[in-house]
Ligand binder design. Structure first.
Ligand code: FA5
Length: 331
């Protein structure tokens, strides 16, 4: 009876295996026949009750069946694997004729571009580039620059206070870097400090509430306004063109004496104000422990936003922070 069963089982298995199309199905079938609780083991289990001679014969047949089936499973397994590989290959085929996808590359913001240019020109003139905190103390932003608590010049730069009691604010200018630098360095020196500044005031085409400045400072022996004029004229020639005209107009900043505003002439002959400057006030030098009888120098604060507007022909400063890609892609 078992012999018939084995024969039928073999035929059945061979029929079923032909219909298999996935490794998972093949695995299930394998388990059904040859697994621990599979058909073949059931036959082995039933042998226990048979006489020895019969048992041996059937066991031998069953082993044959097992070996044949194992071989068959292995063949089918390889076959199915190859089929799967073929399909995957077809699906993943690389179409070399297809046009490539455009890779979008980022670039510097126009203000950062101009800032790097400014740094480069001053570095070539021997200036060290330094940076300072955007959150400043009242002392560095105002008091150390001769702008005491009641000084009307504080009104000229309306401030974003972080904590008025602690005297913390977003810096309104890069001039605090003059003090921070002079506290740590002894003359002679030349430095330039670019960075972002903030003012709580109404915006228009030439004023934003956050903008950039670059502070410059040069202290040495026998430095005069003539040195300043020469350095700054050289700078503008290199940033714009060799024939650029500049003009110094007297102005007032509490931390310089005398003070100026510097104008450059644009293509249409119009004079544009681009920076404030002056000879560092002796009180400021005294405050940081520098003898003003021996050392003098100039300081200036220029506005990279305005310079970028002139250089690239931008008519509204608010475009810089608008995140409008149509604007940014032009640079
Ligand atoms: C100052 O901030 C002084 N700290 C400059 C200075 C430095 C004078 C060292 C003397 C010695 P003022 O407020 O003028 O100065 O600003 C300097 C420059 O920053 C201006 O010439 C202008 O180019 C730019 N600027 C000022 N306000 C704005 C604004 N709201 N938006 C864009 N740029 C501005």
């Amino acid at each position: 009876m078992e012999k018939v069963n084995l024969k039928n089982l073999k035929l059945k298995a061979e029929e079923e295996i032909k219909k298999i199309s996935s490794l998972k199905e093949l695995d299930d079938l394998y388990r059904f026949y040859l697994g621990r609780k599979g058909e073949l083991n059931k036959i082995f289990d039933s042998l226990k009750i048979l006489p020895l001679i019969q048992r041996k014969k059937i066991a031998a047949d069953a082993n044959d069946f097992k070996n044949n089936l194992n071989k068959l499973f292995k063949e089918y397994k390889d076959l199915i694997k190859k089929e799967v590989e073929k399909t995957v290959f077809k699906m993943e085929r690389i179409d070399v004729s297809r046009p490539g996808r455009e890779v979008k590359i980022g670039h510097w913001h126009p203000i950062i571009k101009i800032q790097r240019e400014i740094e480069g020109i001053f570095e070539s003139l021997g200036f060290e580039v330094v940076f300072g905190p955007e959150i400043e103390t009242e002392y560095y932003n105002f008091t150390a620059l001769n702008v005491g608590p009641d000084h009307p010049a504080r009104d000229m730069q309306s401030s974003f206070w972080i904590d008025e009691k602690k005297g913390l604010l977003l810096r309104t200018q890069t001039s605090p870097l003059q003090i921070r630098y002079m506290e740590k360095n002894f003359p002679p020196f030349r430095m330039i400090a670019p960075g972002r500044v903030f003012r709580y005031e109404a915006t228009d085409a030439t004023h934003d509430i956050q903008f950039y400045q670059a502070e410059g400072l040069m202290i040495d022996k026998d430095i005069s306004v003539a040195n300043f004029k020469s350095v700054i004229h050289d700078f503008f020639r290199r940033l714009f063109h060799p024939k650029i005209e500049i003009r110094l107009v007297p102005s007032y900043f509490p931390f310089v004496e005398p003070g100026f505003e510097i104008y450059i002439r644009d293509k249409n002959g119009k004079w544009l104000e681009v920076m404030g400057a002056g000879m560092v006030h002796s009180d400021v030098l005294k405050r940081v422990g520098i003898n003003s009888g021996e050392w003098q120098g100039f300081a200036f604060g220029l506005g990279p936003d305005r310079l970028a507007m002139i250089k690239y022909g931008i008519n509204d400063i608010r475009l810089f922070h608008s995140s409008d890609l149509r604007f940014l892609h032009q640079f």
